[in-house]
Design a binder for this molecule. Structure first.
Ligand SMILES: [Zn+2]
Length: 486
C-alpha cells in the first residue's frame, strides 16, 4: 500500500486525537450497547491486497472501535488437500504467498478477533469441488442438477446428503482452521442465501443435513479450543420459513455456546433464539452500500432486537470477473474497482478514501450510541474531517459527495456517476427521473470541485481531488446521456 494523501490525512487525524483537539469517540469513551463490533469482509474476492494492506485494514477496524473481523477465507487460501478450490483465484495475494496466519497475529495485537468465514456446501472455494466431482452437485427444484452460480467464484453447490460432500466439507474446514490458521478465534459458518438441494434425500430435510456438518465441525473446534467462537445461522433451530428459500429451518437442539447470525435478507431476527445464545450478531449492508442515516437505522434495529453485536458488511471487490456478474457481460475481464473509487491505484484498499471514511465514522459513532442525533453526528464528522475549519456547508458538501458514490452502487458496480460505463451500457433502461437525479448530482460535484480548488486543509483537498476525478469522467458525449430528451 502506498502512503498517499489519504493515508496522510488519517495520520493527521490520529495525531489530532492524541493531542486532544478532536472529540473523537473511541473505546475508552464509548459505552456501546454492542459487545461485538467490526466488519464482515470477503477477503477471497480481494486478490490485490497483500499483508501490508491488510494490516492497514485491521488498523482501520481498530480506529472504528471494532474488535471483530469476519474474514471470508473460503477459496482464498492455498488448500493442499483440495487445490481445485483456489485454481480460479490463483492471482490472489494470499494464494501466491500465504499471510493470513501473520495477519491474525497482527489483529490480536490490535485487540481484534478474527473468525474464518465460509459457506457449507456452497459459495467460494467449496463450489469448485463439483468441477472434479459432478456427481455431488445439488439438485434444483426441477429435478435436474443445479446450474452454475457464484460471485467471482462460479461453481455448483453440493448435495449435503451425499457422504462424500460431508467428508469434503469436514476436511476442507479442518484444513482451514487446524492446519492453516489455528490462531484464528473461531469460525463463521454462513449458510447459503441462494440455493438448497431438492434431491429425494434432502427434500424437507436440507437443514438437518447441513447441520450434521455444522455440529461436527463445531464439536471439533471446541475440543481443541474451548473458548473459540462459532457463528451459525438460525436455520438449524428456529423451525420457521427460511427467507429467500423454499425451505423450513430444522428444529435441532441449540447449544448456547453458538453465536447466532441474523441478516435482513437471509436470516430474520428471532427473539427466542437470541435470548438463548451466548452472543448474536446483526449484519446488514449499510456501511458498504448506503448512507450514514441508514447505518444509524441499522444500529438502532440491532439494539432494539437485543442483539449483542453489529457486524455489517464492508465488502469491496477487486477481482477480475470471468462470468457475467450481476447479469452484466460487459464487466467480464475488467478488474472490479473497489467501491467504485476509480481514482485509487489498483493495489490500494479503498477504506481510507473520504466517501468511505464518512460511513466508517458513522459506524463508529452509531455503534457507540445508536440514538445519537444526525445533527450531533454531522458536528463530529465535520470536526474530524475539517478540524477547526468545519462549517455546516462543508459538512453538507461532504455528505453530498458521499451520497454520489453510494447512490445506486451495487456489489459489483460503482455508483453510475462514478462509473459512467454503466450509463453507456444501460442508458436505454434509465428512467427520466434517474437521469435528472444523476445530472443534479453531477452539477453538485462540479460546484464542490470549484469551491475547494484553492483549499488548504487535507479534508478540503480531498473533496477537490475526488470531485475533479469524477467530473473528468464526464465527457460532453457522456453528459448527453443524462439529457432527458435522449
Ligand atoms: Zn441433496
Amino acid at each position: 500500500m502506498k502512503a498517499g494523501p489519504l493515508a496522510a490525512w488519517i495520520a493527521v487525524g490520529v495525531i489530532s486525537l492524541q493531542s486532544g483537539t478532536l472529540q473523537i469517540a473511541h473505546s475508552a469513551q464509548c459505552e456501546s450497547p454492542f459487545q461485538q463490533r467490526g466488519y464482515y469482509i470477503t477477503f477471497m474476492r480481494m486478490p490485490t491486497y497483500d499483508l501490508a494492506d491488510w494490516r492497514g485494514i485491521v488498523d482501520g477496524i481498530q480506529r472504528d472501535n471494532g474488535n471483530t473481523l469476519l474474514l471470508w477465507i473460503g477459496g482464498g487460501f492455498r488448500s493442499a488437500r483440495f487445490p481445485v478450490t483456489w485454481q480460479y483465484n490463483k492471482d490472489h495475494a494470499n494464494i501466491q504467498h500465504d499471510f493470513v496466519r501473520e495477519l491474525i497475529d497482527y489483529a490480536h495485537t490490535r485487540g481484534i478477533k478474527v473468525l474464518l468465514a465460509f459457506t457449507p456446501f456452497g459459495y467460494d472455494g467449496v463450489n469448485q469441488f463439483p468441477l472434479e466431482h459432478p456427481e455431488l452437485r445439488a439438485i434444483a427444484k426441477d429435478g435436474k442438477p443445479v446450474e452454475k452460480f457464484g460471485i467471482h467464484c462460479w461453481g455448483y453447490n453440493l448435495c449435503p446428503s451425499q457422504p462424500a460432500s460431508q467428508q469434503f466439507m469436514l476436511d476442507y474446514a479442518r484444513e482451514m482452521f487446524f492446519d492453516f490458521y489455528p490462531n484464528a478465534d473461531g469460525l463463521m459458518i454462513e449458510s447459503s442465501d441462494y440455493a438448497i438441494c431438492h434431491c429425494e434425500q434432502c427434500r424437507g430435510k436440507f437443514f438437518e443435513r447441513e447441520f450434521a456438518f455444522v455440529k461436527q465441525i463445531s464439536a471439533e473446534v471446541w475440543a481443541k479450543k474451548p473458548e473459540a467462537t462459532v457463528v451459525v445461522y438460525p436455520h438449524y433451530f428456529s423451525g420457521s420459513q427460511v427467507p429467500g428459500l423454499d425451505a423450513r429451518a430444522a428444529r435441532e437442539k441449540f447449544d448456547p455456546r453458538w453465536t447466532l447470525f441474523f441478516t435482513p435478507h437471509s436470516a430474520h431476527l428471532d427473539a427466542e433464539l437470541i435470548r438463548q445464545a451466548k452472543a448474536s450478531l446483526w449484519s446488514d449492508d449499510k456501511p458498504a452500500l448506503h448512507l450514514p442515516e441508514d447505518i444509524r437505522a441499522g444500529a438502532q434495529r440491532a439494539k432494539a432486537a437485543g442483539i449483542t453485536g453489529y457486524i455489517p458488511s464492508l465488502e469491496a471487490f477487486s477481482f477480475t470477473p470471468y462470468e457475467a456478474e450481476e447479469g452484466q457481460p460487459w464487466l467480464q475481464g475488467k478488474r472490479q474497482i473497489p467501491l467504485g473509487f476509480g481514482w485509487l491505484p489498483p493495489g490500494d484498499a479503498p477504506y481510507d478514501a473520504l466517501p468511505m471514511q464518512v460511513n466508517r465514522i458513522a459506524y463508529r459513532e452509531f455503534t457507540c450510541n445508536p440514538d445519537l442525533s444526525m445533527e450531533e453526528f454531522k458536528t463530529r464528522l465535520g470536526r474530524e474531517v475539517f478540524g477547526d475549519r468545519s462549517t455546516s456547508t462543508s459538512v453538507d458538501d461532504l455528505l453530498a459527495l458521499q451520497a454520489i458514490f453510494f447512490t445506486d452502487r451495487t456489489w459489483c458496480m460503482g455508483a453510475p456517476l462514478a462509473m459512467p460505463e454503466r450509463i453507456d451500457m444501460q442508458y436505454r433502461q434509465l428512467p427520466p427521473e434517474k437521469r435528472r437525479h444523476y445530472a443534479r448530482q453531477l452539477e453538485s460535484a462540479e460546484q464542490i470541485e470549484k469551491k475547494y480548488r484553492d483549499a488548504r486543509g487535507n479534508g478540503e483537498l480531498q473533496m477537490h481531488d475526488i470531485t475533479k476525478w469524477l467530473v473528468d469522467q464526464w465527457t460532453p458525449a457522456r453528459r448527453k446521456l443524462l439529457d432527458v430528451e435522449n
